[in-house]
Design a protein around this ligand. Sequence first.
Ligand SMILES: C[S@@+](CC[C@H](N)C(=O)[O-])C[C@H]1O[C@@H](n2cnc3c(N)ncnc32)[C@H](O)[C@@H]1O
Length: 432
Amino acid sequence: MTPAARLSAAIELIETIDAQRVPAAKALKEWGTAHRFAGSGDRAAIAGLIWDVLRRRASSAWIMDADTPRARLLGMLKLERGMDADAIANLCHGERFAPEPLSAAERAALTSRTLDEAPPHIAGDYPEWLDPHLAKVFGDDRVAEATAMASRAPLDLRVNTLKSSRDKVLPRLLHLGTEPTPWSSIGLRIELGADARNPGIHAEEDFIKGAIEVQDEGSQLAALLSGAKPGEQVIDLCAGAGGKTLALAAMMQGKGRLIATDHDKRQLAPIYERLSRAGIHNADVRAPKGDADPLADIRASADLVLIDAPCTGTGTWRRNPDAKWRMRPGALEVRLKDQSEVLDRAAALVKPGGRIAYVTCSVLPAENGDQIRGFVGRHSEFSVVPPEQTASVLWDKAEAFAAAALESPEGWLMTPRRTGTDGFFVSVLKKA
Ligand SMILES: C[S@@+](CC[C@H](N)C(=O)[O-])C[C@H]1O[C@@H](n2cnc3c(N)ncnc32)[C@H](O)[C@@H]1O
């Protein structure tokens, strides 16, 4: 397919997504099945266009002064891809599957309209109801923060130190354009272009042998900031597919006891194979069975309980721009209730002198600092460990990290704009 024909296909797909209200990923899959002539390069490029339109959905419509699939695509080409009206007109020539030529109004909009007068939720591309939440955490920076949260994310890897080291793995992955991540000493990063195909990391020998895992650097840092140590008893209370469990196990160097559980046993399904591939032998996965508490035998004995809390995932919008527009206030309310329940549950598992590391991949204060203040109000035996103390685990990067991340009395907030990671909040609490 020509680049122009890909644009036409993208417009058609956005019409389908709008009309049928289906998730973009599903629409893309169905389009691929129905258009077998399209090669993998075409499919990747069209998917890139769809995701970029979703990233800049509100601002693209604003800049074009029209909210149609075609307008959003044209606006995105200007805002996200940096193309000017002439470059866009060269693709929209109306011949052989190309989109129709630009109208005078479209050319005028592409040439002269800006986001200067747009309200923050339009310029920053987020649902309007979230504006007070983002204003509370970012103030006047919310458009810049949200714009970074709308940008494309790299693919980050964590080197499994139980099996290898970054120095050994990096040269073997140079063909993918791999570089070290800025903060995590065990992180690797692959920048992905707009038309990028999946780099096929799962087929790399290092992945197959368990030397690397896919994990955003923010998630790696969240695990590191928990301060898990060899020999400790550590509980990963919301282990899900095990991303944090694997990182904790490597920090513990195979020594001590690591218990992974989740209230939904289906979420735990991938963890068994991941633990085995990573060569982890000190982890005990406890899937819930009926109403029985899988941690019934544990009373105030854990050195560390990590809560990778169920949250709205606003910090991961750059990886899933579709989810951002589907988010509703009711979903936030449900998450807030889950978070305070899981925090209360953790309180009883920690031994005196032990700690809770509370992590979300959200930037909303209601899920972060507000939750921590509520928890400390209910459990006076817990106090927040000063964030600068927790950052000391980053050694020579601690000072720069402290300057980059957003610090509050309750913990650290990482954001795409500040730390180049997904948005992550981390608070460490110590029990008296
Ligand atoms: C952010 S995800 C976990 C991701 C995982 N830790 C990782 O790094 O791959 C949150 C998890 O919390 C679980 N969860 C939700 N409510 C819970 C509760 N009350 N107790 C324990 N787990 C809960 C969900 O099933 C989900 O798997």
